[in-house]
Design a protein around this ligand. Structure first.
Ligand code: GRG
Length: 305
């Protein structure tokens, strides 16, 4: 049966939680990454321009919040969390290129290829993807290196042909096709959902979760991943491009299949709410340490950017 309403949650200042965790991630991205290893100042500048130029930091925060749900302090896990943000940022840089979405604005600023040039943007994306694996391979105190190896594999699967890149290919091929709802769900699950789910599973595994806890956090991640993408489709139709920091109406212009187009705005919103309710119910056996995850699930639905 569909859970119709989300259960009551303890109050939590999500804004404060998000800004604290965003600051942790941003400090780590700016100060702790091996920037001095880049022999090209231009490549370094393009990578930093995109990586340090805003963004919600949702994926790294999910890694950290899942470890916290299992009773850990988050700082130890920052290198892996940063790896997730590097992969996400690379995907945005490449997605904005003329050969893909051809966007001029991202996170409220000129896209990487507009600020630099196309070749530099391609290389900055490539270097961020590679840097992600360097970070994910950093030993973490208290985490078995074999577990880390498994997480590197998980990251590759979520980011690669079976996940985000595969989903992007399906998405591009689908631009001129009528997709069924099931097909659209597959595109979304791969393109956007895979990385969000990986963030949650990685947090569960880094935090030493039991098989049941891992499965529950994986289900949480899959559900909020879908809710996130449906909300993204809705924001493309109804959102404010100034708040979003990118152009809106892109999907309509390209006649792309989206949740609002296939289901109508009202039903698309209901489906996103249903996914959020599912996500929250996946967390049922967790203590109040999982409250940030519960609140984050609602944030995915109500976000304006
Ligand atoms: C180019 C390999 C490759 C993949 C691109 C992520 C992606 C796949 C494309 C981005 C296109 C897009 C707008 C997808 C919708 C969902 C999404 C990933 C939005 C951007 O993520 P946010 O909202 O961005 O987390 P910030 O800027 O907050 O980090």
């Amino acid at each position: 049966m569909r859970p119709s309403a989300t259960p009551a949650m303890e109050p939590l200042d999500l804004e404060q939680y998000l800004s604290h965790h965003r600051a942790l991630v941003e400090e780590a991205l700016a100060q702790r990454l091996p920037w001095q290893a880049a022999p090209s100042e231009r490549l370094n500048a393009a990578m930093r321009y995109s990586l340090l130029g805003g963004g919600k930091r949702l994926r790294p925060i999910l890694v950290l919040a899942c470890t916290e749900a299992l009773g850990h302090r988050p700082e130890r896990f920052l290198p892996f969390a940063c790896a997730m943000e590097c992969i996400h940022t690379y995907s945005l840089i490449h997605d904005d290129l003329p050969a893909m979405d051809d966007d001029a604005l991202r996170r409220g600023r000129p896209t990487c290829h507009k600020q630099f040039d196309e070749a530099t943007a391609i290389l900055a994306g490539d270097a961020l993807l590679t840097l992600a694996f360097e970070l994910a391979a950093q030993p973490i105190a208290g985490v078995d290196p074999l577990e880390s190896l498994g997480l590197i594999q998980l990251l590759a699967q979520g980011a690669g042909m079976g996940g985000m890149v595969g989903g992007q290919m399906l998405d591009m091929l689908s631009e001129k096709k009528q997709l069924s709802l099931e097909e659209l769900k597959t595109v979304h699950a791969c393109k956007t959902g895979a990385l969000i789910r990986v963030a949650c599973v990685a947090g569960a595994r880094l935090g030493g979760g039991t098989p049941e806890q891992r499965e529950r956090l994986a289900n949480y991640g899959a559900a909020i991943g879908l809710a996130f993408q449906i909300t993204d489709d809705i924001l493309d139709e109804t959102g404010d491009s100034r708040l979003l920091g990118k152009a809106t109406g892109q999907d309509q212009q390209s006649a792309k299949a989206t949740y609002p187009r296939l289901l109508g705005l009202h039903n698309a919103r209901q489906e996103a709410e249903h996914q959020v309710a599912q996500a929250i119910s996946s967390l049922e056996p967790f203590t109040s340490q999982a409250d940030p995850l519960r609140h984050l699930a609602r944030f995915v639905l109500t976000r304006t950017h």
